[in-house]
Design a protein around this ligand. Structure first.
Ligand code: XIL
Length: 337
């Protein structure tokens, strides 16, 4: 059985994606990616710190290899990401001598100019392959729902206000065809305060004529939290507020919280079964949305490579075990019954 073919025959169809990382696309792991997925996103290699660690020096080798892998196999790509408070080099917010830029209009102009230059360089580089891309996470995690104005007090925000968001979307839109949809991507989108902040952000963007096409729900979740009903509620809320807004699941994984097992082999079969039912329930919930979610990307393939880093690395958040064997989680996705 292959994940993709089974998922594709289920209604409604949505592309199923996974991450590309250095070493993850060669040999048997690469075969697994090609067999089960039809959408790819660079886990790290299209982030600012990977593409332009040094001002004006662009490094595309890893990203290019991942694009070539996708293209050769007829897979589509999500781009990730332009404006994020993490994995952005310190120089973006510093003057030429390495001092932090003060919050002045001149600093704002400089930071926005750097942002425009970065996005322009990167999109010009990928322009020949633009037909392989269908989505781009233009802005990532700009919201902090605990703030009165909803905005994370990142260097981006402290130096430009919300203009870095508008500028990123406008710049990307000017350089990409309409076939590449532009996303605001965030985690905990089921949290009521966060959801309200997202609505406020999208409403503001739309009122200013800023071109946003969709919302990415990262969906880094735990066994049983948030509930599948909370996920569908969040998606429906945004769909109702903004008709025509595209929504995708962009970074899904389901972890055992605070696992504390000494070894991967110590995870009891009953817990793997629980994870299997969770994957089934979440995928059934996503299917039940009848196309409101138009793509689902998992933040990895197998439990030997995950961004989650408990001391014993036993969150077991993905579909395949460290030896690439399908887990109950896999069968939960492919068998909705
Ligand atoms: C993570 C990567 O998986 C890690 O390898 C890296 O060290 C940190 O970033 N939200 C995002 C992703 O939008 O880009 C993050 O990816 C996970 C959380």
């Amino acid at each position: 059985t292959n994940l993709l073919s089974v998922a594709q025959t289920q209604s409604p169809y949505f592309p199923i994606g996974t991450i590309a990382y250095s070493g993850g696309l060669s040999g048997v792991p690469g075969d697994l990616v090609a067999k089960h997925f039809n959408s790819l996103v660079s886990e790290n290699d299209m982030k600012w710190s990977a593409l332009q660690a040094t001002p004006g020096v662009f490094t595309y080798a890893n990203a290019d290899a991942q694009v070539a892998f996708a293209k050769a196999r007829g897979m589509k790509l999500r781009g990730h990401t332009f404006a994020w408070h993490e994995q952005v080099p310190a120089w973006v917010f510093q003057d030429a001598t390495g001092n932090a830029l003060p919050a002045t209009p001149a600093s704002k102009a400089l930071v926005l100019q750097r942002e425009v230059e970065h996005i322009t360089q990167v999109l010009n580089h990928f322009a020949p392959e633009v037909a392989s891309f269908y989505a781009w996470d233009v802005v990532n995690e700009a919201i902090d729902a605990s703030q009165a104005d909803c905005m994370r007090k990142s260097n981006w925000y402290l130096l430009t206000g919300t203009d870095f968001i508008d500028t990123a979307f406008r710049t990307a839109r000017a350089l990409l065809p309409a076939s590449v949809k532009l996303y605001y991507n965030d985690y905990s989108t089921t949290d009521p305060a966060k959801l309200a902040c997202i609505q406020q952000l999208v409403a503001g963007l739309k009122s200013r004529g800023v071109p946003i096409d969709g919302i990415g729900h990262q969906m880094h979740i735990s066994l049983s939290y948030p509930t599948p009903a909370a996920v569908t509620h969040a998606v429906r809320t945004l769909a109702t507020a903004f008709p025509g807004l595209s929504q995708q699941v962009t970074e899904m994984d389901i972890k055992i919280s605070d696992p504390g097992y000494a070894l991967y082999e110590d995870i009891p079969p009953a817990v793997h079964a629980q994870l299997g039912y969770a994957w089934r329930n979440y995928f059934n919930a996503l299917r039940s949305l009848n196309g409101l979610i138009d793509s689902v990307t998992l933040w990895g393939q197998a439990d030997n490579h995950t961004w989650l880093t408990s001391a014993t690395r036993t969150e077991a958040p993905l579909l395949f075990d460290p030896s690439l064997k399908a887990k109950p989680a896999y069968w939960g996705v492919v068998d909705p019954s």
